[in-house]
Design a protein around this ligand. Sequence first.
Ligand SMILES: [Zn+2]
Length: 150
Amino acid sequence: MRYRLASEPLFVHCCHCLNCQRQTGSAFVINLLIEADRVEVLAGDPQPVDVPRDDGSRQRIFRCPTCEVAVFSQYGRPEVLFVRGGTLDDPSGITPDVHIYTRSKVGWVMLPESAPAFEAYYDMRALWPAASLERLDASLSRAQASDRGA
Ligand SMILES: [Zn+2]
């Protein structure tokens, strides 16, 4: 499949949790958080696959129908997608804004001073730029309005 992001991501996570390590078979994952309606699928139908997580919740991974690579995920709220940085045409253009779940980070990955790092999750309201929080709130309130049938 092909997709494009209609704007810059809201925020970029580098997640070192064990779920992400297992799913990727690697040491961490790069997730670009972005409003679902800003992920434009150009070709191919992303296939949803629900996978269990260690905390008992489920994560919906959308896979390319041809190569089955995991392209993006939903955790709970459907308004925000977590797009996997390695599926971009140019992954090198992406730098994480935050490192999370560093309690399970492998020892040989050295974190840069330039991005904050947290043992587990973090406070989005404290860390995200104001413009990203405004975009998030706008997309959540659009979702609430459509829940009410407005
Ligand atoms: Zn993770």
